[in-house]
Design a protein around this ligand. Structure first.
Ligand code: MG
Ligand code: NI
Length: 470
């Protein structure tokens, strides 16, 4: 006989999710799940559509991370054309991808997680939001708003519109960069870098306050996966896949992303519509791995930019398994993104007007892989002779992390949930461990925006013993 505590939906996540915590008769946590309860039909929906529509169509999967889908989709289409994208076209896509990483990380860190990090996991729920940060640390709040804004402004300068930009097309980008726009972007970077460094300096002083969270927030050995360049450096736009084991040893390296299916398989669990990918050679569920900021910083040898590399040295001395450190990894990547945007925009050929390769269909399968803010994003398309999609498979970051998030919820629930009543602090920590992964539920479900929190404690026969609403 078991009792279930239901947290539905999880607050301050981007989208919609549900958590259930199952108690045994002794009132101890027995099992826990993070459910993604709605199915996106995008893979089916695109069948029969012309491939060249895919980038702009895919950008509509998600209101949270349209740029990431746009880029992975365009890369898949490049392969259907079987063209070499002009180097300047690639560089401009790279800047867009980095700007998306910066703005998304700013949203996750400052708006969604900083309330817990600044005010504490036990602070009153009414204060744990961006307004609470404005009250107690206006500088931090302003920094967060500004960093997100700079990322969004760069996206807008390049792609025109903030959401669903159509500037990225199969074969490259539709318009070259002007000197005026380049200089506008370059002028924002010193402030962005200085502000990110200030946030990092503050955040590192808080680690001592979160020892219990660092120890219990999805802290267990797993593999990690991410894209790296030829020298093991961070390369979010076009690296090759690297897998490391739980000790940090490289087990597969420089894997062409087009061979992903040799290394990754997807399992289906009854509690979620989201598939659970795993590392194929180890099988399911032993092949659990994580992606995203923590994973990328655990797989790379170097960031390749001076300030981020200095932080990486510090990061590599921390507990590599604790998902609490996704936050710090996110800040380091933000710093990297702004540094790297600067070096790409200073490339002597960045204003070159040859930014797009034109061709008809030359291949029947295209696989586009890029590092999205939340982790490795895979778009895999097959087309017929007329260029119509016959099969599409997408693997999103929230999918890769599905197993680890479930395991993390169980670990936190075991540490903080006592008895059949949820304390507010326990409830918040269950949500907070999921927030470390910044899951994009908009991608995997259809829901956008946030809904009020309902928490139910269920008896074995389904009666509600306790209910909380926020
Ligand atoms: Mg899929
Ligand atoms: Ni998304």
């Amino acid at each position: 006989m078991t009792q279930r505590i239901v947290i539905d939906p999880v607050t301050r996540l981007e989208g919609h999710g549900r958590v259930t915590i199952e108690l045994n008769d002794a009132g101890e946590v027995q099992d826990a799940h993070f459910h993604v309860t709605q199915l996106r039909g995008f893979e089916k929906f695109v069948e029969g559509r012309p491939f060249h529509e895919m980038p702009s169509l895919m950008a509509r999967i998600c209101g949270i991370c349209p740029v990431s889908h746009l880029i992975a989709s365009a890369k898949a289409c490049d392969q259907l054309l079987a063209v070499h994208t002009p180097p300047t076209g690639k560089s401009l896509r790279r800047v867009l991808n980095l700007a998306q990483m910066a703005q998304s990380h700013a949203l996750s860190f400052f708006y969604l997680s900083a309330p817990d990090l600044l005010l504490g996991m036990d602070a009153p729920p009414k204060d744990r939001n961006i307004f609470g940060i404005f009250e107690s640390d206006p500088q931090l709040a302003r920094d967060g708003v500004r960093l997100r804004q700079i990322g969004q402004q760069i996206i807008e300068i390049l792609a025109g519109k903030r959401i669903h930009p159509g500037w990225v097309v199969p074969g490259g980008v539709s318009e070259p960069l002007t000197a005026e726009k380049r200089d506008l972007m370059l002028a924002m970077l010193p402030e962005a870098i200085q502000t990110t460094r200030r946030t990092i300096d503050w955040f590192k002083t808080t680690f001592a306050d979160f020892e219990e969270e660092i120890r219990s927030f999805a802290n267990f050995p797993t593999m990690f996966m991410g894209l790296v360049g030829p020298d093991g450096e961070m390369n979010a736009y076009e690296g090759k896949l690297r897998f490391v084991d739980s000790e940090g040893r490289i087990v597969a390296d420089q894997v062409d992303p087009r061979d992903y299916a040799d290394y990754i398989a997807e399992a289906v669990e009854p509690y979620s519509y989201l598939k659970s990918p795993y590392y194929k050679p180890l099988g399911y569920p032993d092949g659990i791995y994580r992606v995203g900021p923590l994973a990328r910083l655990n797989v790379v040898d170097t960031m390749g930019t001076p300030l981020a590399d200095r932080e990486l040295m510090h990061f590599h001395r921390l507990d590599r398994h604790s998902s609490f450190h996704y936050h710090y990894a996110r800040l380091i990547e933000m710093l990297y993104a702004f540094e790297r945007i600067g070096s790409v925009l200073n490339e002597p050929t960045i204003l070159d007007t040859h930014v797009r390769a034109q061709a008809a269909v030359n291949a029947h399968r295209g696989i586009g892989v890029a590092e999205a803010p939340r982790g490795t994003l895979i778009h895999d398309y097959e087309i017929d002779d007329d260029g119509l999609i016959t099969r599409a498979n997408l693997i999103i970051a929230t999918g890769h992390n599905n197993l680890a998030m479930n395991k993390g919820v169980l670990q936190v629930a075991k540490s903080f949930v006592k008895g059949d009543r949820l304390t507010d602090g326990a409830l918040n920590r269950v949500e907070a461990v999921i927030r470390t992964y910044d899951p994009c539920l908009s991608c995997s479900t259809h829901a956008l925006g946030q809904m009020p929190l309902v928490v139910q404690v269920m008896s074995p026969d389904g009666q509600i013993l306790d209910e909380k609403r926020r």
